[in-house]
Design a binder for this molecule. Structure first.
Ligand code: UT7
Length: 329
């Protein structure tokens, strides 16, 4: 757990100038998945809340990231050459080296520092926190923070427990130095059993046999579900309480979109009405680190955000990790 920020909001961090997102055009419905998986529209709708998701046919995680970033730059009226830093969250990029952050930087024609943040579904919040550090040190004036995922590349398409949940897409925000990143909480408890995605073991002639694990996403759904509901409640409560706020002061909660029932349970425990939650899981499924910036972009473009609004961004997932950021719009 990180210590609370200094009281009074005097520490330099950032404010959000604009948002952007991109989802690939290919729409895949629950009925489409039922063609080759033992599942149904009724089960997925009721247990997860997803009706359809977008899947990349040929676009890479970096290409989707660049499209979301361009939309965010346009929305912010910021030129690419004004950006000093790209922080990119992903677990599903096409290569480790160069990182998806570096490939995206090239696609955007930029020459600034670019760095990848790996923290699965919570990674967008980790990237915001990392950005806040650069701003606090006065190292950057403007930054791009992006979440992008081509989950279709790393899913186990024979596992109905995970294949029906996820989707592909990217979201981005443009930040400039300011004082609107109010507070955050981060909780990490290392656990490989509940949720993971292993990389290939390699072909060293010196390795003992038997270390190979399927390089695809696996998840204990119920254990993750319990972790997620508790995480949202604990993390949102911590930020609201220690900043002297009540939920009446929060304009919107923009949660990681993993399961409609998780959001619903958390809302009931927090006694916060569903209207305050920004939800789009029905259209896009769980896009991992991209889900919060995509939802934030939808809110922004719908004209629902006013300067000064407080937003909570709770996220959770592989690590295991849970996080929440408190922003002033
Ligand atoms: O973003 C990262 C964090 N991820 C999450 O937060 C996900 C958290 N977990 C979940 O969202 C839910 O646990 C799932 C959606 C993954 C699963 O839903 P569930 O209600 O927890 O189902 P379950 O795993 O308890 O399975 C209930 C039944 C089982 O059948 P039996 O054993 O009762 O006969 C499963 O085999 O549902 C079956 N099932 C399915 N049936 C139809 C599991 N997946 C499917 C499916 N279609 N796709």
């Amino acid at each position: 757990m990180l210590f609370p920020r200094k009281k009074g909001g005097t520490e330099m961090s950032f404010r959000v100038l604009g948002t952007g997102s991109y989802v690939p055009p290919k729409v895949v419905t629950n009925d489409d998945l039922s063609q080759f998986l033992d599942t149904s529209d009724a089960w997925i709708t009721q247990r997860v809340g997803v009706k359809e998701r977008r899947f990349s046919v040929n676009e890479t995680a970096a290409e989707m990231a660049a499209k979301a970033a361009k939309a965010a730059l346009e929305n912010s009226s910021v030129a690419p050459e004004e950006i000093d830093l790209i922080l990119l969250a992903t677990i599903s990029g096409e290569s480790q080296v160069p990182s998806t952050a570096c490939v995206t930087q090239k696609l955007l024609g930029m020459s600034c520092m670019a760095l990848e943040v790996s923290a699965a579904c919570s990674a967008f919040d980790f990237a915001l926190e990392t950005a806040a550090g650069y701003f606090a040190r006065g190292k950057v004036k403007k930054a791009l923070v992006i979440g992008t995922e081509r989950m279709s590349r790393i899913l186990d398409w024979t596992d109905r427990g995970t294949a029906v949940i996820f989707g592909d897409g990217a979201g981005a925000v443009v930040l400039e130095a300011g004082e609107n990143y109010i507070d955050s909480v981060f909780h990490v408890e290392g656990n490989e059993e509940i949720l993971g995605f292993a990389l290939p073991v390699g072909n060293s002639p010196y390795y003992e046999r038997g270390q190979e694990r399927k390089p695809l996403v696996y998840m204990d759904g119920q254990a993750t579900f319990k972790f997620a509901v508790n995480a949202i409640v604990k993390d949102c409560d911590a930020l609201v309480q220690r900043n002297g706020l009540t939920y009446a002061d929060i304009a919107y909660i923009v949660p990681h979109q993993a399961n409609m029932r998780i959001i619903d349970f958390a809302g009931r425990k927090l006694k916060v009405p569903m209207e305050k939650f920004c939800v789009n899981i029905d259209k896009y499924g769980n896009t991992s680190s991209a889900s919060i910036p995509i939802a934030l972009d939808e809110l922004n473009r719908a004209g629902k955000l006013k300067r000064g609004d407080y937003l909570l961004l709770p996220a959770f997932g592989g690590g295991l990790a849970s996080t929440c950021c408190l922003l002033k719009w």
